[in-house]
Write a new protein. Structure first.
Length: 364
């Protein structure tokens, strides 16, 4: 059976964010012969709406998504998932900062909502596959039966860092039509279909904190309150005071409110003692750390040491490392060159060329 013939028998639930990427994704799927159903997951709590009017969790985005689906002639559903978003993303975001860790809400949203609840909704609507506008690729390894995740062809837009935690049951249902496209290709697809989102600006911020003021968001949402604590150096000397460790992050220099002969940076957030530990820039560098809650993609478990390119944050270009298996879903990472500001709580993702080997969450 040809790919086109197979597509004509396949219903796909396409996640619609109201942006150009998901709009082009739906258009490409229709062109390939799939039966496409558009869906937007209403994720925003009501107190976020005014701050996220045109973001992927805002009312304008819903209006744009509905308009695109009408233009393409496909069914469209708006499904309320705000309760799960509050639990798995926003509450997680607050809890991580309170624990002295730097959260990555986009990874959690993908895992629990966009590839969790969306698959459940696909089952309810009789869809075999789900699709999103991520710049990534999925291929099945016929020799192992596992579905492999690869970087998107457009290196500047590759989003696999945010997808490392997807399980095999999720990857096996996923379609990424933009995986072989560039951003300019995507806009051209939307223009060819006369879609209103073709020239829409893309959002680079966390959708529920569009002004990037994380501390302000936590306070306004009632998820954190100011609580006085000490700013100390590596010897434990008190240099000043802070209003809460959740308002700081590892590597931060500005806004500490302390004076010193040389620049000081946040080295550690000690939740137990409610302390912000600061020190010179050279103490920010490290070459060894642990990751927990690992997810492996080409294989079920890591059984021997591997050499990989490691990304310790989204905008990190990557560095070579040796990864050794540990117990209870953990692994030890030994970087070949020290890196600055390795923050507990951030996602650490491993690559071999374009293949996403897996990843985990940075811990001490």
């Amino acid at each position: 059976m040809s790919a086109v013939a197979e597509a004509k028998k396949t219903r796909v639930l396409c996640g619609m964010s109201g942006g150009v990427d998901s709009s082009a994704t739906a258009a490409l799927l229709i062109e390939q012969g799939y039966e496409v159903v558009g869906v937007t997951l209403k994720l925003w709590p009501q107190d976020c709406v005014s701050r996220a009017e045109d973001k992927c969790c805002g009312p304008q985005a819903v209006s744009d998504a509905r308009s695109v689906c009408a233009n393409l002639g496909i069914r469209y559903y708006l499904i309320d998932e705000a309760e799960d978003f509050q639990k798995h993303v926003i509450q997680y975001f607050a809890d991580e900062y309170k624990a002295g860790r730097t959260p990555n809400p986009c990874v959690m949203c993908n895992e629990h909502l966009k590839f969790g609840r969306l698959i459940e909704r696909a089952d309810q609507l009789g869809a075999d596959k789900i699709a999103t506008g991520h710049f990534a690729r999925v291929e099945k390894d016929e020799s192992t039966g596992r579905h492999l995740l690869y970087r998107g062809r457009d290196e500047r837009k590759d989003q696999t860092y945010f997808l490392f935690s997807l399980r095999q049951d999720q990857l096996s249902r996923a379609l990424f039509p933009l995986g072989e496209k560039t951003k300019s290709d995507t806009r051209e697809v939307a223009r060819d279909c006369n879609l209103k989102t073709a020239d829409k600006e893309e959002s680079m911020e966390i959708c529920f904190v569009p002004d990037n003021d994380y501390g302000g968001f936590l306070q306004k949402a009632g998820l954190a309150e100011k609580h006085r604590g000490e700013i100390v150096d590596l010897q434990g000397r008190v240099l000043g005071h802070h209003d809460g460790i959740e308002f700081y992050t590892v590597g931060q220099r500005k806004g500490l409110g302390i004076s010193a002969p040389n620049p000081l940076y946040v080295l550690e957030l000690n939740a137990k003692d409610n302390q912000v530990v600061v020190g010179p820039v050279e103490n920010l560098e490290s070459d060894t750390f642990q990751v927990e809650r690992c997810n492996w993609i080409p294989f079920a478990e890591l059984t021997e040491s591997i050499e990989v390119t490691t990304r310790i944050r989204y905008n990190h270009s990557g560095t070579m490392a040796t990864v050794e298996p540990g117990e209870n879903g953990r692994a030890a990472v030994h970087l070949h060159e020290p890196q600055r500001a390795i923050a507990p709580g951030q996602a650490c993702v491993f690559y071999q060329d374009d293949l996403v080997v897996g990843g985990g969450w940075i811990t001490r």
